[in-house]
Design a binder for this molecule. Sequence first.
Ligand code: SF4
Length: 232
Amino acid sequence: MNKIKALLRLHKEVYNIDGLYLEIFKNVSVKDNIKENNKQSSLNILKEKIKNCKNCPLWETRTNTVFGEGNINAKIMFVGEGPGYEEDKQGKPFVGPAGELLTKIINAMSMKREDIYITNIVKCHPLRIPDPKLRNNDRPPNDEEISKCISYLEKQIEIVMPEIICCLGATATKILTKNDLRISELRGKIFDYYANNKIKVLPTYHPAALLRNPSLKPLVWKDMQLIMKLIS
Ligand code: SF4
């Protein structure tokens, strides 16, 4: 796109073909806008659908669904396991202490949170004890919950079309790499997203694991450097 724009600019300067430049440039911009509006409206429709979803029992104890947020044209999508206490309360992904650490990691990659798209495997909070008011009451989603919810994430990926999906933790890694090996064996390796070799999947540790075990931080930083290399 930049090459086309530069060529048109050159034509305009050398041959003074102003009308052609303006007409083509205008069409290119309009096309970009339509694409962007389509993406946004597709995501809005999906978000509304999820708000009313009762496909698995997690709807009964949720305060809010947590759809995901960020740049709809992001090159990098971070995918966690599911909402926790704070996320359920606010309806936003990664807003607790683990979310703060994720923001720091993104900033260390010379990016802002708004440059990235962030979401989870399931969109409602999986609880150990069915009381959403209890803190430290999280559990990983079970197979049934994941199988009922995963199509929403797949649709999000199809709309946003990131270049890289970074799986945060074991659950996202298992589902998106279709691999049962331990996260310690899979992190830092590059996979194709299902059969789509245009989207790469790279697993790393969940920020919550880094809070429990700071010695994992250098490994995660190594994975983030690999991501930066892949998108540049
Ligand atoms: S976790 Fe997913 S499938 Fe289950 S109720 Fe929430 S949105 Fe629906």
